[in-house]
Design a protein around this ligand. Structure first.
Ligand code: ARG
Length: 561
């Protein structure tokens, strides 16, 4: 049931001779004391040549639908109050039947969306710099599925490029197999740093590194073996971080290297279409005047990041026949994705419009970009471990008896980090402050999880008795909750349209706050059996939607905490 649509239809049927359905606006007032819905009649006044108040009055006199409890004419607006009993019964039925499926829709019609996200770089630590792409991408995957899309999740691993040449060179020259086996990521990191130190005194190393990459690209077996090993070790290390985050397998881990043998055909096609130009010692595609050309191939034949992304885009179009291809990558790569899209457009493919760069702001700590600590890059799993540890401390203080407190601490610590990342508009920078994000009050993950756990402990009082809704009084706090629950499906759609999980995050914060007002205002359990049962059912459907909202964001919902 779409109330806005019902209102529109009813008004249209009254005014039908004079206007189009879309001339009628139905707004949701910020202040719900004013009305549940408001219809401004100013633009109608021009069309119908009557004063807004007269029009509102005319509509009011003719509206006849039990869905409206009360209708008022105020300053050119028609203010509509919805019948609380009907909607409350409707929403209780709907959510208790649909459960976690509530809010799902078929909008996507099974169309395919590929989402490229997380995509950390091999032989480097999984740093805090890859936090946002990972959690935003994961949430978008869930949100798109909820809207009826088929989603292919792709981890476009950074496993190719000159840096691997440098690493192979450094390993062969200074590496110690035993040490690398014991502690691969750290040791490889050290070797990489050493390479860059040495280069200061010995610039020729740059060329050596390039040569080594060229060998790798040409399939030299010793280089490939090392590369394979480094990659395997990295993936093992990354898996720990994904496990902590509770992120399941990606549908594909085809990283940059996967496209090594798929670039020639794109380059040939660019050439055949006369788009490739030799300029300043490299092959480029010229784009618009205000944009640097896209560098496709160096004179020594080495390919670039964008060359691999071109091959990847064609591969994905061919194999998944996507309707949309999302790339969840930070702001700093905006030029790259603009170029990627433009090159494909220039090649004559209109699906270039389906390529969407889903960018996001930075993670800040004390107002500065959070990436290193004492000169070392901050690993994501360290951040998560710290959050879990602090969560553990809080939980031990609050509920010393809790059985599986280690598991709950992980859920709460990680949930706090994820929620903090998703609660603001995707494009805003976010501030990371461990103490703040783990508070059990305010706009935090733990606050939502705690509200949900509190409801779950209330629910043991539920008795499954029948309720006569005619006897139930629906007060302001209850109605706020019901009306909020009613709007969830709309929020799910908007989150997809804007590709922004913060729609869901702010929604569940509001819902949790509304629940806590409801809880503070009245005793849930008292001597009136039917009223108690009613309040418990309301609580139960709130928990269903809170849990589903958390699931969409990738946050776990402990039943007790
Ligand atoms: N590995 C890259 C990085 O860490 C991100 C890759 C994003 N995806 C892509 N298809 N370019 O910066």
């Amino acid at each position: 049931m779409n109330l806005k649509q019902v209102i529109k239809d009813d008004i249209y049927n009254i005014l039908t001779d004079h206007l189009n359905r879309d001339d009628i606006l139905v707004e949701s007032p910020k202040d719900r004391k004013m009305a549940d819905y408001a219809v401004p009649c100013f633009s109608l006044a021009k069309i119908l040549r009557k004063s807004p108040n007269d029009i509102a009055q005319m509509i009011k006199d003719n509206l006849d639908n039990e869905l409206y409890e009360n209708v008022e004419v105020v300053n050119g607006y028609l203010n509509i109050f919805i019948n609380k009993k009907i909607i409350t019964e409707y929403i209780i039925n709907k959510i208790t039947v649909d459960k976690s499926k509530y809010g799902s829709n078929n909008f996507g019609n099974n169309k395919t969306i590929v989402i490229d996200y997380s995509s950390p770089n091999i032989a480097k630590p999984f740093g805090v710099g890859h936090l946002r792409t990972t959690v935003i991408g994961n949430a978008l995957k869930n949100i798109c599925e909820k809207n009826g899309y088929k989603v292919i999740s792709i981890n476009h691993l950074g496993d190719w490029g000159t840096q691997f040449g440098k690493l192979i060179y450094a390993y062969k020259k200074w590496g110690n197999e035993e040490l690398v086996r014991q502690n691969p990521i750290d040791e490889l990191g050290k070797l990489y740093v050493k390479f860059h130190k040495e280069i200061e005194n010995n610039p020729a190393l740059e060329d050596e590194g390039r040569k080594c990459f060229k060998n790798l690209e040409d399939g030299d077996s010793e280089s490939l073996k090392l590369w394979d090993w480094f990659k395997e070790e990295s993936l093992k290390e990354f898996a720990k971080t994904y496990d902590l985050l509770g992120i399941n397998k990606f549908d594909s881990y085809a990283g940059e290297a996967f496209y090594n043998d798929k670039m020639d055909s794109v380059i040939d096609e660019l050439d055949a279409k006369k788009l490739l130009e030799f300029s300043d010692g490299a092959y480029v595609v010229r784009l618009t005047d205000d944009m640097p050309p896209a560098l496709i191939k160096r004179s020594d034949g080495a390919t670039l990041y964008i060359t691999r992304d071109l091959a990847a885009a064609f591969y994905r179009k061919k194999n998944y026949n996507f309707d949309e291809a999302l790339y969840v990558v930070g702001n700093e790569q905006t030029l790259h994705f603009t170029q990627l899209k433009l090159v494909i457009e220039k090649m004559g493919y209109d699906w270039s419009k389906d390529i969407k760069h889903i960018s996001f702001g930075m993670v800040l700590q004390d107002g500065k970009k959070m990436s290193t600590r004492h000169g070392k890059s901050i690993k994501l799993h360290e951040v998560l471990d710290e959050a879990i540890e602090l969560a553990n401390k809080y939980i031990k203080d609050r509920s010393p008896e809790l059985e599986n407190s280690d598991e709950v601490s992980r859920q709460v610590g990680v949930g706090a980090v994820i929620f903090n990342d998703l609660k603001n508009y995707r494009t805003s920078d976010i501030e990371f402050n461990l103490e703040e994000i783990l508070k059990f009050e305010g706009e935090t993950g733990p606050y939502i999880q705690y509200t949900n756990a509190r409801i779950n402990s209330l629910l043991k009082h539920k008795q499954s008795i029948n309720i006569d809704y005619n006897k139930i009084k629906i007060n302001e706090f209850t109605w706020n909750l019901v009306f909020k629950l009613y709007s969830f499906p709309e929020i799910v759609m908007r989150a997809k349209e804007k590709y922004d999980p913060s729609e869901i995050a702010t929604y569940i914060i509001d819902l949790a706050q509304d629940f806590n007002k409801f809880y503070a205002n009245e005793k849930i359990i008292d001597n009136d059996k039917e009223a108690t049962e009613f309040r418990l059912i309301i609580s139960e459907i709130v928990a269903i939607v809170l849990e589903e909202g958390m699931r969409l964001l990738g946050i776990e919902a402990p039943k007790k905490m």
